[in-house]
Each structure stands twice: as structure tokens, then as C-alpha cells.
Design a protein around this ligand. Structure first.
Ligand code: DX5
Ligand code: ZN
Length: 222
């Protein structure tokens, strides 16, 4: 299966949100980073921007909402109503992870769980069979443009093995510092969806950024 791309609109020019979303019309996912200034040390945006991104999205593009907020279960219904197709919650953000996953499923949306770089992968095991997506953070969440943590590759390999062992078709997503330099290695480790902010919405524009990621993924091994 070809690896899917999920540009993060956190890195886009918000004065031109509609145009920026149109420029990534060929991407399978649109990644929406919601930060509350409590779970992470930064505030990004919330429901109105998600709804606007949804309106600008191409038909069939998956609206992938990464909730970096404390007790995300308080807002799952609102984000689902605003246009999310998938809702991903941090294992560190709630004592009721399984309930949050069930709530997303009950809303008819894809349920994702995400781990910070310092969180044991074992926290994933009790919910692994019940999720549609696992997200491995390859930076500490809160900001775009950070350096990829190389130990993330091994974490991706481990979770890919666990998903294969239980016959799960869940997506395995990686987020943080993803670029044309590491995309191929992440795909080889078992990632199925790559989130990319600054490497897509960089100086040369989103369309060019997407193309260079796709080129990196399809090039032959040296
Ligand atoms: C970080 C966010 C990421 C961020 C990625 O907390 O979850 O999705 O936008 O940005 P880059 O690709 O620039 O690391
Ligand atoms: Zn994210």
C-alpha cells in the first residue's frame, strides 16, 4: 500500500487558509493540530478553523484531527460535528483512554491514539485492538518545525509488529520533523501515514513540498 500524506495546516499561511488547503488537494489526509495551552505549551486553533479547513478540502480528503488537549472527551462531539473524520487522543491526556476511544467510535468517526516520545509503548496495548489509527510522535508535541527524534524509527517498527501480530488494519502515523530525508526510512519501518507541516508548507509552496515527499517515497533504494 502506498504511504499516505497528511500535511499539517499548523504550518500554513492562515491569511490564505482556503488557498493553502486547495494546494494540498492531492494529499489523502488534512492534519489539524488542536492545542489548548495546557496539555502542550502552545495554543493553536480550534473548531472554527477545523470547520473552515473542511469546507476548503477536496471531496474525499480525510480530516484528521490531532487533539493536544486535556480531557479530550469533553470536546469529541463538537469536533466530530465540525467536520472531523478521525479524532486522535493522547494516551497522556486522559485517565479514560478506552472510554475516549469508544466515544469516537460511537460518533461514527475513526478513533486514533497518540503517544509522546517519552511515553512507554506499552500504554497502547490495552486499546490496540480497538483503534483505527496509532500516531507515534517523533517530536515533543506543541510546535511545528522541530527536529525529528531518530529513536522514533524503532518505535514505529515495534508498533508495526504489534499491529501485524493481531491482524489489525489500523493506520500507523508519524508526526514531527518528517521530511524528504526521513520519509522513506519511516515507510520502510512500517508507517502508513506521514504528517508533515514545515516540509510541505515551506518556502517553495505546498504543491512542491508534497511532490518532493512523494518523490522521496517512490525513489529506488540506493
Ligand atoms: C506538533 C504537531 C505536528 C506539527 C508538525 O505538535 O502535532 O503535527 O504540525 O510539524 P512539522 O512537520 O513542522 O514538524
Ligand atoms: Zn499533529
Amino acid at each position: 500500500m502506498p504511504v499516505k500524506l497528511a500535511p499539517s495546516i499548523l504550518a500554513c499561511d492562515f491569511t490564505r487558509l482556503g488557498d493553502e488547503v486547495s494546494a494540498i488537494a492531492s494529499a489523502e489526509y488534512i492534519h489539524v493540530d488542536v492545542m489548548d495551552g495546557l496539555f502542550v505549551p502552545n495554543i493553536s486553533f480550534g473548531l472554527p478553523i477545523l470547520a473552515a479547513a473542511k469546507r476548503a478540502a477536496a471531496p474525499g480528503q480525510f480530516i484528521d484531527v490531532h487533539l493536544m488537549i486535556t480531557s479530550p472527551e469533553r470536546y469529541l462531539e463538537d469536533f466530530a460535528a465540525a467536520g472531523a473524520d478521525g479524532l486522535t487522543v493522547h494516551v497522556e491526556s486522559t485517565p479514560h483512554l478506552h472510554r475516549a476511544v469508544q466515544m469516537v467510535r460511537d460518533l461514527g468517526k475513526q478513533a486514533g491514539v497518540v503517544l509522546n516520545p517519552g511515553t512507554s509503548l506499552d500504554t497502547l496495548r490495552p486499546v490496540l485492538a480497538d483503534v483505527d489509527l496509532v500516531l507515534i510522535m517523533s517530536v515533543n508535541p506543541g510546535f511545528g518545525g522541530q527536529r525529528f527524534l531518530p529513536q522514533s524509527l524503532e518505535r514505529v517498527r515495534t508498533v508495526r509488529g504489534w499491529l501485524n501480530d493481531i491482524g489489525s488494519a489500523a493506520e500507523l502515523q508519524v508526526d514531527g520533523g518528517v521530511s524528504a530525508e526521513n520519509a522513506r526510512a519511516l515507510a520502510d519501518a512500517g508507517a502508513s501515514v506521514l504528517v508533515a507541516g514545515s516540509s510541505v508548507f515551506g518556502a517553495s509552496g505546498a504543491a512542491a513540498g508534497l511532490s518532493s515527499l512523494r518523490a522521496a517515497l517512490t525513489q529506488e533504494h540506493a
